[in-house]
Design a protein around this ligand. Structure first.
Ligand code: 5GP
Length: 186
């Protein structure tokens, strides 16, 4: 492989999207994959920007066509990573990032053993709960489900190559950038 493939996971509300966005700004030649999902758009989310929003039927068709490097049912919805753009960007030499859940991360590692798994952890479960309530986009039911899933995700993080604790945004961003640079060398 010409480039490098990084898988970023962490509980909803751990701040992985924010951290990754900031890290990518400091890294030339990086590209973040856009996943497909069957969940409904939240707030101002747009098709083709945060996700490709598909119906369940469309998603299952793409599974049948081997269109995903991995996919998983997360919180009751399908999420999947389109395969072709990843091949292309890795071939071009980019640092490629997948922001996916822990089930998907291990599927990617099985297929691409060179992939590096990085887990973004909250400082504590209490802080995670505060952050989830603070963003006020999810229903109470979704918050409860996400907190329950977080415990299992923290357990799975033991099998990741790196764990970055998002205690303070600037510090955690620099740690993430350093981890990535240790592999790509730029
Ligand atoms: P959210 O609905 O909050 O955007 O994402 C819910 C969860 O789905 C997060 O843990 C996120 O990392 C995960 N996720 C997003 N895209 C993908 C994907 O393509 N594959 C997998 N396996 N998980 C994903």
């Amino acid at each position: 492989m010409a480039g490098a493939l990084f898988v970023i996971s962490g509980p909803a509300g751990a701040g992985k999207g924010t951290l990754l966005g900031r890290a990518v700004e400091q890294l030339p030649r990086s590209w973040v994959s856009i996943s497909a999902t069957t969940r409904a758009p939240r707030g101002s989310e747009q098709d083709g920007v945060e996700y490709f929003f598909l119906s369940r039927e469309e998603f299952e068709q793409r599974i049948a066509q081997d269109g995903f490097i991995e996919y998983a049912l997360v919180h009751g919805n399908y999420y999947g990573t389109p395969l072709e753009p990843i091949r292309e960007h890795v071939r071009q030499g980019d640092a490629v990032f997948l922001e996916i859940d822990v089930q998907g991360a291990f599927q990617v590692l099985d297929k691409i053993p060179d992939a590096k798994l990085i887990f973004i952890a909250p400082p504590s479960m209490e802080v995670l709960e505060q952050r989830l309530r603070g963003r006020a986009t999810d229903s109470e039911e979704q918050i409860t489900l996400r907190l329950a899933n977080a415990a299992g995700e923290l357990e799975a993080s033991k099998r990741y190559h790196h764990v970055v604790v998002n205690d303070e945004l600037e510090r955690a961003t620099q740690e993430l950038v350093q981890v990535i640079q240790s592999y790509v060398g730029y």
